[in-house]
Design a protein. Structure first.
Length: 255
C-alpha cells in the first residue's frame, strides 16, 4: 500500500508540471493571498501606538476640566477697637426764662481709676475704730519687721488689742473664713461690683461662715495674733480692699 501511494503522488506532481499554465495559476494565487494579508491589516504595533496617543490626547481636556479654580481665600480683617465717646450733650429750655442750657449726662461714678488701681464710690466703716499704725504702700516696698525682707504693704494696719471686736466694713457676703499660714485667721467679704474686703490677724473665724450675708457694723470676729508674717508688729488687724482683683488704698473707702 505504501509503495502504491508514493507512486500515485509522484505521478500527480509530474502531471501538474507537464501543464505549466496550472502551475503558474497556483503560484500567482499564493502571491496575491500573501500581498492582501499585509495590505488589508495594518501592523498591530501602529494601531496600539495610535490608539494610545489618541486616548491620552482626549483625556487631557477632561482632566483640566475637572480641576475647577479654587475661590480666593478671604483674609480676616482685624476690627478696629471701639472708640469711647463722651456723653452726648443735651439742651434743656428753662420755661421761666426761655434760656437754653446744655446738660451733659453724668458718667457712672461707681468705679474710677486711682493712683495705684481702681477705686469705687463706696464708703466703709472701720473694722476697728482705732488709729492706723501702718499705711498702704501702693507699689513701694517696705521692710517687714518679722520677715526681714522688702515687700509691698497691700492694706492698712489698725491698732487693736487682742479680743477687740472686728466689724464688717459694709454690706456683703462672706466668701472665705479660714486660717492661712502667713495671714492667720482671715475673713473676706464680697461687696458686689468686684469689690472685696479682707481682714486678717484675727483670733478666730467662729462668728461667721462662708456664704453668710452680713451688714455694715456686724461683728465678724475679734483681733488676735495669728498672722505669722506680722508677729513682731504692734497688736493690730490688717485691712485690705481689692477692686476687680487689684489692691487699692482702703483709706479711700473709709467714712
Amino acid at each position: 500500500m505504501k509503495k502504491a501511494y508514493v507512486k500515485v503522488k509522484s505521478k500527480s506532481a509530474t502531471s501538474i508540471l507537464k501543464r505549466p499554465y496550472i502551475a503558474a495559476t497556483i503560484i500567482g494565487a499564493a502571491i496575491c493571498a500573501i500581498a492582501l494579508s499585509f495590505a488589508v491589516k495594518p501592523p498591530e504595533t501602529d494601531k496600539t501606538e495610535k490608539g494610545t496617543t489618541l486616548s491620552a490626547a482626549s483625556s487631557v481636556p477632561e482632566a483640566e476640566a475637572s480641576k475647577a479654580p479654587e475661590p480666593p481665600k478671604e483674609t480676616p480683617q482685624k476690627q478696629a477697637p471701639a472708640e469711647v465717646t463722651a456723653p452726648a450733650r443735651q439742651e434743656v429750655t428753662n420755661p421761666d426764662t426761655n434760656e437754653v442750657a446744655a446738660v451733659v449726662p453724668e458718667e457712672d461714678a461707681s468705679v474710677s481709676v486711682g493712683l495705684f488701681g481702681k477705686t469705687a464710690d463706696v464708703k466703709f466703716v472701720k473694722p476697728v475704730d482705732a488709729e492706723i499704725i501702718k499705711a498702704y504702700s501702693g507699689t513701694k516696698p517696705v521692710k517687714s519687721k518679722t520677715l526681714g525682707d522688702w515687700r509691698i504693704h497691700s492694706g492698712i494696719d489698725i491698732k487693736a488689742e487682742k479680743g477687740t471686736e472686728v466689724k464688717a466694713p459694709a454690706d456683703g457676703k462672706v466668701i472665705s473664713a479660714a486660717k492661712d499660714g502667713l495671714t492667720g485667721y482671715t475673713i473676706s467679704i464680697d461687696h458686689g461690683n468686684g469689690i472685696i474686703s479682707t481682714v486678717y490677724n484675727l483670733e478666730s473665724t467662729d462668728k461667721v461662715t462662708e456664704g453668710q450675708e452680713v451688714k455694715a457694723g456686724d461683728v465678724i470676729g475679734t483681733a488676735g495674733t495669728s498672722a505669722a508674717s506680722e508677729l513682731l508688729d504692734d497688736p493690730h488687724i490688717h485691712f485690705e480692699v481689692t477692686v476687680s482683683g487689684e489692691f487699692v488704698n482702703p483709706e479711700e473707702y473709709l467714712k
